[in-house]
Design a binder for this molecule. Structure first.
Ligand SMILES: Nc1ncnc2c1ncn2[C@@H]1O[C@H](COP(=O)(O)OP(=O)(O)OP(=O)(O)O)[C@@H](O)[C@H]1O
Length: 875
């Protein structure tokens, strides 16, 4: 490799700049032979003994090479010239210093390896549920259910709440399962032929989907010698634990914090970095997660840095470049991960129907009972949707264990389930306390119970507002919970090792549980609503979309009449009626506002749904009902909320925006009565098959008010357009048809000729299968479309804005979706793209995006297709 450094160059006169230029690769190349190199430099009198000492004082081989380079810079051209001639010489076996890499592992190394496996096995063999009783041992292997893992790149700007995004993602994943490749835990590091090795893996998935459990599975299999994934050692770190590090630290100390048994062999373990896997769990819980864009790195295991610097240095390969890393995170935080270095993106998609059933069997350990209760859940769409998330599956099993069915207070909304969950656990808790103290039930009842719940809820609320999920025992908000047995039912506790002793650190088992308790506090006390919910929706749209989404849904559900009554009866909590009424009025005014402006409205629809009060919907009196629910795959729960709103509100639907929602035939058919009253329907960026097109055609045939239709990027061809044009001909009310990026040919467009310019005053059909000659004839006045038909890139200003919109979308889409877009946009013939026009910049930027995606892509066939397009785009 040193040959490469100087090959083909006349080194005289440029040696100094050469070593500056090649500094990083020199460090990589020479770290394994630094000691031998020093000897040679000494013997050639380039270095003196003091220089040598200076170098040897540096911690670790990489730092030593850097020091050599620094000293050489001071010594000037001649010294550097000699140095380069030395490094160009082939390495003699004796000079190779990567000792531990080349030598067979020592006995000590192998013994520690086995011991470490035993430690990991011991630590991972029990399943720890948040409410596991002290001393209770539930075997992990008895409870573990297979998780669906898929290779996948995820958009980095997922801001929506994970739990809710989950149902949508899950369903769309299922639909597209053929396109995605399933992987199993043992395939995480496997590579397709010829692909570069997978070293850094990012595992994402929403709250409660099983990221930590997957990590536990990897550790247990490793501990049991079942699956080593090719590693000698796995080091497990959680960000919860790393949060406790509050001063500069080095990697060695971080490893030893929880693994003192590795101390003796740690040098060898770190030297064998290609046999080492480090797992970092729960990046979203890292309190410094916004600060990982560091510019200071640590390069040696003994170098000190802030904890985020050590982490980022490992991720970017500045530190232990050959070490494999698995990083888990909820999607909300991945925008802060240096994803450029990630070799593989893995998404945990949770349970499918079979796994839910398997979970029930394992949980109830009685086949008959499990089957009976599974049937109850399967018949309840909402419940079933939630069960795809293992954590919910667990919560629902807890509820069922208590009540055996959902009869009586049948849960209809997400809040209902959480309220029942709270009640179920409180009941167990009070009964157990009564049993333990030998007293009658109610020891912790009445006031005492509601006070304890409010204490917990207070903690949840204030920490949520500060976006905190970890609470130290020394915190003044935590202190009142000391000794409260209720807290241990709902809070996770861990003991943090601190220099002066230990400290307890608490968290709710899941963020959703914290959000629920926070909403209980806000509803049941005189705490004013948080500012973001107070704001007029015109100012607060953005914030309302963010981290308080689920909190506001819970708040709405808790303030509903049925839940306030239930909580009063079961928990002794009462809420101020004025507050409930104020919240309801705010919900109505938010809905009015969002409808009139056509801003994203889904969360407010869920708030309304949570209330389950038909009269509330009737109060919505927006001047125009513009419903924008675009850009995320919608789940059955979302459709429930949309339909609920549309059924409850009177008035015609001005606009329904279902762009990029994975809308299906069933969903559109279900919405049919509302579509007949809709003026503008946007269903672009969904794969629309003929059945779905038929539903739209039916609406066109029957509706007297349907004036605008958007079906861009829906993969439709002439046949589908023919069905639509026949339907338009029936009522002749459609004015605008947007159908860019499809497979329509000139023949298809000609089917619209008698419909333009009346009723169709605008047809946008760029990026379809139309040749240049056809474009000219179609655009000619008097022909098929004339002025009302746009098939070409004529108006620069309009399409420049369009291009940047498409680019933004491409940058957050999956590789598969990117390929679909590329397939369309690369059909444009180049001579129509006038030099200097917007299209050049557009294709250049698109080319860059494709190149970076191809570099990161681990699926060979997808990568090859991306590379083909890269070639096309670099004409
Ligand atoms: N594969 C599984 N088999 C059985 N139970 C599971 C499995 N995965 C998850 N669970 C259940 O779901 C709960 C939550 O899982 P886990 O803590 O791994 O989620 P997570 O994705 O790490 O969530 P968060 O993002 O909130 O940290 C577990 O405590 C367990 O009860």
């Amino acid at each position: 490799m040193c040959k490469m450094v100087t090959a083909g160059k006349d080194v005289t006169g440029c040696c100094l700049s050469l070593i500056r230029l090649k500094r990083v690769s020199l460090v990589d190349t020479l770290e394994g032979r630094i000691d031998a190199l020093l000897d040679v430099l000494l013997s050639r009198e380039v270095f003196n003994r003091d220089d040598r000492e200076d170098v040897l004082c540096q911690p670790g081989p990489r730092a030593r090479v850097r020091k050599v380079l620094d000293i050489l810079e001071c010594k000037g051209e001649e010294a550097v010239n000699t140095f380069l001639s030395v490094v160009d010489q082939p390495e003699t076996p004796s000079s190779a210093v990567g000792k531990s890499k080349d030598q067979p592992p020592s006995l000590g190394y192998n013994q520690i390896k086995q011991k470490h496996r035993e430690v990991l096995r011991r630590r991972s063999e029990s399943m720890l549920y948040y409410n596991t009783r002290h001393g209770e041992k539930i075997l992990f292997s008895d409870q573990y259910v297979n998780l669906l893992l898929v290779n996948g790149h995820q958009g980095l700007d997922i801001k929506r709440h994970e739990v809710l995004a989950y149902g949508r993602k899950r369903l769309s994943l299922q639909q597209k399962s053929a396109e995605h490749r399933r992987i199993t835990p043992d395939q995480l590091f496997s590579t397709a032929n010829g692909a570069r090795p997978v070293k850094k893996i990012l595992v994402t998935g929403v709250a409660g989907i099983g990221k930590t459990i997957l990590v536990q599975k990897l550790l247990l299999d490793f501990g049991n010698n079942k699956e080593s994934l090719g590693f000698d050692f796995i080091i497990h770190m959680t960000f919860r634990d790393l949060n406790l590090v509050n001063k500069p630290v080095n990697l060695r100390e971080l490893v030893l914090r929880k693994n003192r048994h590795l101390a003796k062999e740690l040098d060898n373990i770190l030297a064998n970095d290609d046999k080492l896997l480090i797992i970092f769990d729960g990046f979203d819980e890292f309190r410094h997660y916004r600060r990982c864009d560091v510019d200071a790195f640590v390069c040696e295991p003994d170098d000190y840095g802030e904890v985020e610097e050590v982490f980022t240095s490992l991720m970017l390969g500045e530190l232990l470049p050959n070490t494999a890393i698995i990083l888990t995170s909820r999607p909300t935080a991945i925008g802060h991960i240096p994803v450029g270095c990630v070799d593989r993106f893995v998404l945990i998609a949770g349970f499918s129907l079979d796994e839910i059933q398997d979970f029930f069997c394992r949980y109830f350990q009685d086949e008959g009972l499990a089957e009976q209760l599974f049937r109850v859940v399967r018949e309840n769409e909402l419940m079933l949707t939630l069960c795809y998330i293992p954590a919910f599956c667990y919560i629902i099993c807890c509820i069922l264990k208590e009540s055996k069915d959902f009869a009586g207070d049948n849960p209809r909304t997400m809040t209902d389930i959480y309220v029942q969950y709270l009640v179920a656990l409180l009941r167990t808790h009070t009964q157990e306390r009564a049993k333990a103290s030998g007293a009658v039930q109610g020891t912790c009842g009445g006031e005492q119970l509601s006070d304890a719940v409010l204490q917990l809820a207070r903690l949840a609320f204030f920490k949520l507002m500060d976006q905190q999920t970890l609470f130290y025992a020394s915190d003044k908000d935590v202190a009142p919970l000391e000794g409260c047995p209720l807290a241990s039912t709902f809070l996770d506790k861990m003991v943090a090792q601190e220099p002066g002793g230990t400290e307890d650190v608490y968290s709710f088992a899941h963020l959703t549980v914290q959000e629920f308790f926070a909403a209980v506090y806000c509803a049941m006390t005189d705490q004013p609503l948080p500012d973001v919910l107070q704001q007029d929706s015109s100012a607060g749209e953005d914030t309302l979309k963010g981290h308080l989404d689920l909190f506001s849904r819970f708040l709405s559900g808790i303030l509903s009449e049925r839940n306030t009554k239930l909580l009063a009866r079961q928990v002794g909590l009462s809420c101020d009626e004025g507050k409930a009424e104020a919240f309801r009025q705010r919900t109505v005014s938010n809905l009015n506002n969002l409808c009139e402006k056509g801003t994203h409205i889904l969360n407010s629809l869920h708030c309304l749904f949570e209330q389950q009060d038909p009269s509330l919907g009737q109060e919505v009196r927006a001047q125009a009902l513009r419903l924008n629910v675009s850009d995320e795959a919608l789940s059955p729960m979302d459709y429930n909320a949309i339909k609920y709103f549309l059924n409850a509100t009177a008035g015609d639907l001005s606009e329904l925006d279902l762009t990029g929602t994975d809308v299906s035939y069933e969903a559109l058919r279900d919405l049919m009565p509302h579509l007949l009253k809709c003026k503008q329907l946007w269903v672009g960026e969904n794969a629309l098959d003929m059945d779905t097109i038929q539903v739209i055609a039916e609406v066109l045939q029957q509706s007297d008010c349907f004036t605008h239709l958007g079906i861009g990027w829906t993969d439709i061809g002439d046949e589908e357009l023919l069905v639509l044009s026949n339907a338009i001909r029936q009522k002749k009310v459609l004015k605008e048809l947007w159908m860019e990026g499809n497979r329509v040919t000139c023949r298809g467009l000609l089917s619209l000729s008698d419909l333009t310019p009346h009723p169709l005053s605008k047809v946008v059909a760029i990026w379809n299968d139309v040749t240049d000659a056809e474009v000219r004839s179609l655009s000619a006045p008097g022909d098929c479309g004339g002025a009302s038909l746009t098939v070409d890139f004529s108006e620069d200003a309009v399409w420049a804005a369009w291009g940047s919109w498409v680019l933004t979308r491409c940058s957050v889409s999956s590789d598969e979706k990117l390929l679909t877009v590329l397939h369309k946009v690369c059909k444009i013939s180049t001579h129509r793209l006038e030099t200097g026009g917007w299209a050049h910049a557009f294709y250049r930027d698109l080319g860059r995006l494709v190149r970076s995606r191809a570099e990161q892509c681990t699926e060979e066939d997808v990568r090859k297709r991306l590379e083909t397009f890269e070639g096309v785009l670099s004409w």
